[in-house]
Design a protein around this ligand. Structure first.
Ligand code: AMP
Ligand code: MG
Length: 439
């Protein structure tokens, strides 16, 4: 068995004491294997699920050439035959019939004729161009002659071609796609009522710490309410994974070990918070070194320095029973969120079978000076807004301490300061990652 330690050491820039974020992401990516199981679901139930196979279009959409406008369909040859009237050439045609969406015109159309067409109606045979009704003179609604200026449109105008939206036999959606609202409509337009999706990823999580109290319990001296489980629940739900909340586990090796085994037995991924630094009550580390395959990292990142990553098993020995990927997140509430988005999120998407795209980064001008140490990536919390010219500006939230969760609620973006960057002066450009769509 290749162990995580062997593997990690082969990654460029590997340094367990100050591991660059990009190196940690690269290691994690390699260990995130997609769940294999696939299920068939009805179209509506596919929303936010991950497609397990390419969707190949069984038909052309639209199925026929059709009109893009309300107007009159005719053959392009008529454009050249227009009579000169003053400086403009005027085309005159007689109306041979009409076609509505769902009610095609079945007859032939001669060179001097046209067919009244409504948007979406099949193009009659012999016709390839549509003149919109706004450009047409028609003496009265039942007059059979129409006139329009030939130079008002080009041959082939206002015709939608069969297969222009999706061509039969082409891949309409790729495996790994997380199904969105537009995709539901697109699948329906192909006549597809059921799709294959990956089974949902199962993620178990618990908090560690003797000081943690659950909601409803009184707060005695030195204790705090457990907030991490709620943040984790929210972040996981947004990714549409199944969650298994295992509560608070005390800083006792036996309790921790039992919780880890049970989490591995029931989930694909186990997330914990707290207990991964070097304090006296940080048992997660000692414990996992004996029965997991876990690398402990000190990430060159702030917040979120201590992080454990690896595998745990449901059985008593490494390699025994069911394996699960393990992330031991730091205890500080902001660090939990930052490590989740920067390290865990992509792994969960990959394991769910999705093809994750990098988070969009935009540039903004900092309204304040930002303290930043070169040699680590920082994710400060900021409030970004766009000015009247469309430029983004960002102001850091007051406290940047990793224990101050209100900074995350106040902020609408991370200010992402790269590994090599130093202090930022007010007015300098920085990269930001907006929370919209992420959190
Ligand atoms: P630790 O890494 O376990 O030493 O935790 C670091 C800090 O985060 C301590 O101040 C903990 O009290 C706090 N902390 C740990 N877990 C949680 C949690 N689940 N909810 C709120 N605060 C926590
Ligand atoms: Mg602790």
């Amino acid at each position: 068995m290749t162990t995580l330690n062997d593997f990690s050491r082969c990654v460029a820039q590997y340094d367990p004491h100050a591991l660059p974020v990009s190196a940690a992401q690269a290691i994690v990516r390699q260990w995130a294997t997609p769940v294999a199981a696939i299920e068939r679901v009805a179209l509506r139930d596919a929303l936010d699920r991950v497609l397990a196979a390419d969707i190949v279009s069984p038909i052309d959409v639209p199925a026929h050439d059709n009109s893009a406008m309300d107007g009159y369909a005719f053959n392009r040859a008529a454009l050249a035959s227009g009579e000169r009237s003053g400086t403009a050439s005027v085309v005159e045609l007689t109306v041979a019939g009409k076609a509505l969406a769902g009610h095609p015109f079945a007859g032939r159309v001669a060179a001097n004729q046209c067919v009244r067409v409504m948007t979406g109606a099949c193009m009659p045979d012999d016709c390839d161009t549509v003149v919109p009704q706004e450009l047409v003179e028609r003496d009265s609604a039942d007059s059979i002659a129409i006139r329009f200026a030939a130079n008002a449109l080009t041959a082939g105008a206002n015709r939608r071609r069969a297969g222009e939206d999706l061509a039969r036999g082409h891949v309409a959606l790729r495996a790994g796609r997380i199904v969105r609202a537009s995709d539901l409509g697109l699948l329906a337009s192909l006549g597809i009522g059921e799709v294959s999706v990956r089974r949902r990823l199962r993620v178990a999580f618990f908090s560690t710490g003797d000081e943690l109290r659950s909601l409803g319990e009184p707060l005695d001296a030195g204790s705090v309410y457990d907030s991490n489980r709620y943040t984790l629940f929210g972040m996981l739900r947004r990714l549409n994974v199944d969650t298994l909340d295992l509560g608070v586990v005390r800083d006792e090796p036996a309790a921790l070990e039992a919780a880890l085994h049970s989490a591995a037995a029931n989930a694909d991924v186990v997330l914990t918070s707290g207990g991964v630094s070097v304090g006296e009550a940080d048992f997660t580390k000692q414990l996992l070194q004996t029965f997991g395959d876990v690398a402990f990292w000190s990430l060159a990142m702030r917040p979120g320095r201590p992080l454990a990553f690896g595998r745990v098993w449901s059985g008593a020995q490494p390699g025994e029973g069911r394996p699960a990927l393990f992330f031991g997140l730091p205890g500080n509430p902001v660090a939990v969120m930052v490590t989740f988005y920067q390290i865990v999120r992509e792994a969960l998407l990959l394991m769910a079978g999705a093809t994750p795209r990098p988070l969009p980064v935009i540039h903004a001008t900092s309204r304040a000076a930002l303290g930043k140490r070169a040699g680590r990536t920082e994710f400060q919390r900021g409030v970004a807004e766009q000015d009247a010219h469309g430029h983004w500006h960002v102001t850091p939230t007051g406290s940047q301490s990793s224990g101050v969760l209100s900074s995350m609620s106040e902020a609408n973006c991370f200010i992402a300061l790269g590994h090599d960057e130093g202090d930022i002066a007010a007015g300098e450009r920085v990269s930001i990652m907006l929370f919209d769509g992420l959190i």
